[in-house]
Design a protein. Sequence first.
Length: 482
Amino acid sequence: MHTVIQRYQVQAILAGLLFFTFGALSILQQEVWWMAIPFAWVLFPLTGNYIVQQTGSLYWLMLVMLPLSAEINITDTLGMDFPDELLLLAITAAAVAKMIHQPLLFYPVFRAPLLLFILIHLLWIAFSTGLSTEPLLSTKFLLAKTWYIIPLVLVTPLLLRNMQHYGRLAFCLLIPMLLVIVQTLVRHGLYGFEFAAINKTVGPFFRNHVNYSAMLVCLLPAGWAAWHFTKATAYRKWIAVALGIALAGLATAYSRGAWLALLTVPVAVWIFQKKRMGSFLIATLAATSLLLAVFINNNHYLRFAPDHDHTIFHTNFREHLGATIAFKDVSNAERFHRWVAGIRMVTERPLTGFGPNSFYNQYRPYTVSAFKTWVSNNPEHSTVHNYFLLTAIEQGIPGLAILCMLWAALLLAAQHLYHAFQSVFYRSIALITGVVLCMITVINFTSDMIETDKIGGLFWLSAGVLISLQLRLKEEQSTLAA
């Protein structure tokens, strides 16, 4: 009888969450059909109770689908990544129900110091949403951030309880990503691996070659770990072949940012091994501040204004690289166009920003005509191409400071875990996670991918892995003390 009561309690909680969520969407979107979804739930074969019981299965399925998901547009203003975002929503609903029903289950995770930085980050996003120039878009941003953080940060530590689980996590990401790489290489090969054709071959799984190469390069350390810790010779050979295919995919993706991220790997490993991460972060902050000051002083940035008529997109990659070195590449020139506008926006609203997800609708009045390029009409609705600057624009300088503190906390936690563990396996996982975070950092200096499901998913998953490692470290220390 008690079990039956518990079952209906959970179902009631899920029903309430669904009704509240879709009721809010119905109001925000001014579309009444959203309200049909909570009532359709009772007809859906996956009942609320079943989803709560199968949270782990949904989680692993979500990881498998992360490299395979595709962007779809539901309305002109609402899009989603299918099906991984639906799975994230289901896991979020199940996790919230479990928090209410079994709060002690999450108690070790709630005590993790890293979670405090994430909570402050979320609270500031909520605060800046309240003062946003685009309240509807900012509310969507906040909701999406929540259903990424709950599954990837809070649920991950509960499911990664031993070495086999970490191996499962790696292969859930690596195998589907390998399938994407193979199909991309085959399709790209039909075009003779031309630079101009790469964007045609990564779909529907990735928007463009930049997103594709970013996820590919960030998963290479996990691929190396899979090879390193696999004992069977036959399996190691197959993994080595897969790594070779991945490197071929990276080489023919023609993404300068991903190549640069790969070059940072030995530097990042050295920094972690020598316990220099704190010094490196301080030096990076000082160098960035100095560069920004020089850039702004006496309008020095105007010297970087491109020649509009000679700044074009090159279909030949060799010409593309040459144009990059000569500052005549349209993509980099357009970055300057957005960065100049972005800095001017920060000076306009330095404390609260314009609101999350507001850049595209607000930036045009702040652009400088001298930096205009052939693609400044921005048909893709892309943002400022620097996630840190984007955060300052949309959440103000305090929001940027909070993000930087969170990022630093994650990197320093990875360094601490690497040196604190006795287990070689867990030391390696900590190092790999830290290296992946460094690669994501490099990528986001010239892009803004934390809000995409691929790189954003890896970022928050890395945070969840670090929290899980902190729990494993406590277990190891308790065992050694006993």
